[in-house]
Design a binder for this molecule. Structure first.
Ligand code: HEC
Length: 407
């Protein structure tokens, strides 16, 4: 029952998270696009009103005319839309899922004894610490002298983020490390909205209402933060889908893969932002593609002999041993995998077979040999959190079984 309730909380949390995430990033992409496509106003009356640029657009059967003011109109409108709850709700639901999946379920998803044998409270504390300290360190860097030089700040932030990626993968399961890295970047993005962009906008509104001149520093700082948010977006979105790809987080060089894909994501975003200004710079896409190619090359499955610590030479296994392999493999899968991956899981906390993957019969096992091999031998992402304590010897038997049925 507990597993069933958790599944529902997970489903509802994820559903809202996706919806508000789309609304937030969608609005943010739209406003960046809008800002970068503004044209100088044509009507002198608009110029007198303090309008700095305008844009005409067609959408859903209607024609829209957006105007941006240099600072604010003389008289503030009655209804002024703020965009903030999309960001806050995305963060709140994200943290909710983090708490039920990675913290409550730390022994399944966050702790990997083969990486570091942490206790549950320590793992959770490091997880929360990463997110809090990540924000504080980022905010400190932006406010320090570095903050006056966009380029130096960007380099410092990159180094910081790369170090976090490396350190997390040396502490947590690959999956847990990726997700905490993504949550840290996502928290920085929402922190920017909450602690920098919104206060800047409130200051702007206060000045506009009082009719006093606005300190342009507010605008500059808010702009810097929103530029960072733009370039964090694609890396964060990659992390949010990465848990479907054990080949990324399950690899022994997972930190390098994470950094590589993050850089590629930021470059792709830079390309599109440049394109808004009519500057077509395919070099950004080219470099991103080269990085993704390099990453895919690093991740490519190696021949079996290089993966498993085979104690015996596969070619020397006797015919008897060869014939034993399917029986041994089935026995291993039954004890190490089918506690969860069964029509009736026996693992506490599992109400149904995860991802609908079921290994109850010989037929089901044979049909899924490729993914079994991928998950248990190549990436070692399964058994999840090695809950069922699969040994290296067993992985090597599964490897030999897989090779034998490939022939
Ligand atoms: C403790 C429970 C548990 C055990 C034991 C376990 N798994 Fe899983 N497995 C899961 C969960 C949970 C998921 C879903 C992960 C997710 O949310 O992406 C999963 C997902 C999978 C997937 C689907 C991956 C995807 O992204 O589509 C495969 C394949 C898989 N497991 C294979 C195995 C194999 C092979 C074993 C035995 C070596 C095994 N599992 C042992 C819990 C378990």
């Amino acid at each position: 029952m507990e597993g069933y309730i958790l599944d529902w909380l997970n489903l509802l949390g994820r559903w809202v998270h996706m919806i508000t995430g789309i609304a937030w990033i969608g609005a943010s992409f739209y406003f960046i696009w809008l800002d970068n496509h503004l044209e100088p106003v044509k009507d002198p009356a608009d110029d007198e009103k303090g309008v700095s640029g305008e844009l005409w657009a067609l959408h859903g059967g209607g024609i829209y005319h957006a105007q941006k003011y240099k600072l604010a109109p003389n008289k503030l409108p009655e209804h002024l839309h703020w965009f903030k709850w999309e960001a806050y709700t995305t963060w709140i639901t994200g943290m909710f899922m983090m708490a039920i999946i990675y913290w409550y379920g730390a022994d399944l998803y966050l702790i990997d004894p083969s990486v570091a044998d942490l206790s549950k409270p320590v793992a959770i504390l490091i997880g929360i610490g990463t997110i809090v300290i990540g924000w504080l360190a980022y905010d400190f860097m932006c406010k320090s002298a570095l903050g006056n030089d966009d380029k130096k700040l960007a380099i410092a932030l990159f180094v910081f983020v790369a170090v976090v990626a490396f350190v997390l993968t040396q502490i947590f399961s690959g999956r847990g490390a990726f997700m905490h890295y993504g949550a840290m970047l996502g928290t920085i993005m929402v922190g920017n909205v909450f602690f920098a962009i919104m206060p800047g906008q409130r200051a702007l509104m206060a000045c506009a209402e009082a009719g006093t001149p606005v300190d342009p520093e507010h605008g500059r700082k808010a702009k810097q933060r929103s530029v960072h948010n733009t370039y964090f977006t694609l890396p964060v979105l990659f992390v949010m889908i990465s848990n479907h790809y054990a080949m990324t987080y399950g690899h022994w060089l997972n930190w390098l893969i994470l950094i590589g894909i993050s850089i590629a994501g930021a470059l792709i975003r830079i390309y599109f932002v440049q394109r808004h200004f009519g500057k077509n710079k395919p070099v950004y896409l080219g470099v991103a593609a080269v990085i993704l190619l390099a990453v895919s090359f690093i991740m490519a499955p190696k021949p079996a002999s290089k993966i498993a610590s085979t104690t015996t030479d596969a070619s020397a296994t006797s015919v008897v041993e060869q014939n034993m392999l399917p029986i041994q493999a089935r026995a291993i899968i039954k004890t190490r995998c089918s506690t969860c991956h069964s029509a009736t899981p026996t693992q506490p906390g599992f109400a149904a077979a995860p991802k609908g993957v079921i290994y109850d019969t010989e037929h089901q096992i044979n049909k899924q040999a490729v993914t079994i091999h991928q998950q248990a031998v190549v990436s070692k992402a399964m058994p999840l959190g090695n809950m069922t304590q699969m040994t290296d010897e067993e992985r090597s038997i599964l490897d030999r079984w897989f090779q034998s049925i490939q022939e």
